[in-house]
Design a protein around this ligand. Structure first.
Ligand SMILES: Nc1ncnc2c1ncn2[C@@H]1O[C@H](COP(=O)(O)OP(=O)(O)OP(=O)(O)O)[C@@H](O)[C@H]1O
Ligand SMILES: [Mg+2]
Length: 309
């Protein structure tokens, strides 16, 4: 069983309209509402791979009930701590005609200190049941930046593997706690290397530097280009198969899921990377964050090229 932290839960609502204009009334062609958050995408991907993910975090109010119900309908179990306030809604307005996407992301209410404590204690109590924990996505307001770092320490004490994918200070603090695996993209890697947002760097060397400094396995994902991976001084380059991508939203989350799946099934790091890159790429072939077809994943596993550098 794999515990997937999804701390910043939301209803992800997509409203499809034609000819969207500000200051106008619109009657949507369709409205789609899903349980959102990076941890949900990771759990969806793990479920497709045949795993049994359980999502943990905070939810509240009617929106929280909706998020739980949606996940259960997808066959994903939840173990949320309830808050006294409504979970947030993130709204995307998709206009096919003008090919625009307008996104309105609520920040959400701050999580009170006692609820932060409650979740941390809860994770400490249940962690022993799990083989691995994925920690992905941003932290809601009110949550200390070292929350992931604390969970990584709790997991280490319990002998549970940790797979981290976040950004900013939560990433820096988290990686300092020495997770088993971390998946920055290019801009997140810059934060870890202390580089400016526009500063160029050698990706393989950058990954090796992060791996050495924090004693963790690093997969630096590079969108359609694939990924570079470092385990100390060992460096691998994974070349992506060429595909006709429909939507890459959630690809990073699927990469994290694919690697977690590989490692837990006893595959080598190299073989697990292949599974991560294949899952990230498969995600681009199906619209929907964290959704892909198993046949696409299996075919792509044969097509990912990996070599040592
Ligand atoms: N346009 C694309 N075409 C093919 N494969 C892609 C594409 N974008 C991403 N991928 C695959 O998914 C992996 C992860 O993607 P990416 O580097 O964009 O992660 P990310 O920036 O963390 O994304 P996310 O938005 O999910 O956080 C890549 O290493 C690659 O294998
Ligand atoms: Mg990402």
């Amino acid at each position: 069983m794999i515990l997937c932290l999804n701390l910043n839960a939301a209803i992800d609502k997509t409203i499809v309209v034609s000819s969207f204009e500000i200051n106008k009334i619109h009657r949507p062609e369709s409205v789609l509402a899903l349980a959102g958050g990076k941890g949900c995408n990771v759990a969806r991907a793990l479920k497709t791979l045949g795993e049994e993910p359980i999502i943990c975090g905070w939810v509240g109010g009617f929106a929280g009930q909706f998020i739980e119900k949606e996940l259960h309908q997808e066959g994903i179990q939840t173990d949320f701590v309830l808050t006294d306030f409504e979970s947030r809604t993130c709204t995307s307005i998709l206009d096919h005609e003008n090919q625009t996407l307008t996104e309105i992301y609520e920040r959400g209410e701050p999580v009170p200190a006692d609820k932060v404590e409650h979740l941390r204690d809860h994770i400490r109590t249940i962690i022993g049941k799990y083989q691995a924990v994925t920690l992905s996505g941003s932290l809601p307001p009110g949550v200390p930046v070292d929350f992931y770092a604390g969970v990584i320490e709790i997991a280490r004490e319990a002998g549970v593997m940790t797979f981290l994918d976040t950004s900013g200070d939560a990433l820096r603090k988290g990686v300092e706690a020495g997770p088993f695996f971390v998946k920055p993209n290019e801009s997140e890697a810059r934060v870890l290397l202390g580089l400016q947002p526009d500063e160029t760097f050698d990706f393989a060397q950058g990954a090796a530097e992060i791996s050495k400094e924090f004693g963790t396995n690093v997969l630096l994902s590079l969108g359609a280009e694939g990924a570079v991976v470092a385990k100390g001084q060992e460096i691998f380059v994974a070349k992506n198969p060429t595909v006709e991508a429909k939507s890459a939203v959630g690809s990073g989350d699927c990469t994290l899921a694919g690697v977690t799946y590989g490692v837990l099934h006893g595959f080598s790091l190299e073989e697990s990377i292949i599974r991560g890159v294949a899952a990230g790429t498969a995600n681009t072939l199906t619209i929907g964050a964290g959704q892909f077809k198993l046949v696409d994943f299996e075919r792509l596993c044969e097509q990912v090229q990996i070599f040592r550098r």
